[in-house]
Design a protein around this ligand. Sequence first.
Ligand code: 5GP
Ligand code: ZN
Length: 137
Amino acid sequence: MEGAVTMPFGIHLYSTLKAKFKDMSPCIFCKIVQNEAPANIVYRDGQVTAFRDIHPAAPTHILIVPNRHIDSVNDLRPEDEALIGHLHTVAGQLAKQEGIAESGYRLITNTGPNAGQTVFHLHLHLLGGGQMKFKMG
Ligand code: 5GP
Ligand code: ZN
């Protein structure tokens, strides 16, 4: 067909398979929740798991994740409100446990590319133990 731009078959096949396997591969945080990948777990209950970030950006850097896979805040439903409240309650308890409740800490959830979300399993960063360099918000 004149003017039509068709993708070479090899590239089409590669893109299709890449997208398919991306969807099929279990996400790293699901693997940590299910004890299928190693992590320094600091708290766990029936709803959430908390573990130390592999590349800490502060003296205390803990990730708190729901045990159930949720891609991001964009995918939350009204019935998830108690779960999100629980993530914050656990964050507050962990801040006390880490000794940073009084000195202060930051809770961050990055959502999407502009915010720099790299792991698409909803998580709360608990950051503290030193003065934050940037004031966000
Ligand atoms: P995001 O960029 O999505 O807001 O945060 C993802 C965080 O997960 C990053 O701070 C990154 O260092 C951390 N991370 C990525 N992969 C792993 C992992 O396999 N184990 C642990 N503990 N943290 C991870
Ligand atoms: Zn997941």
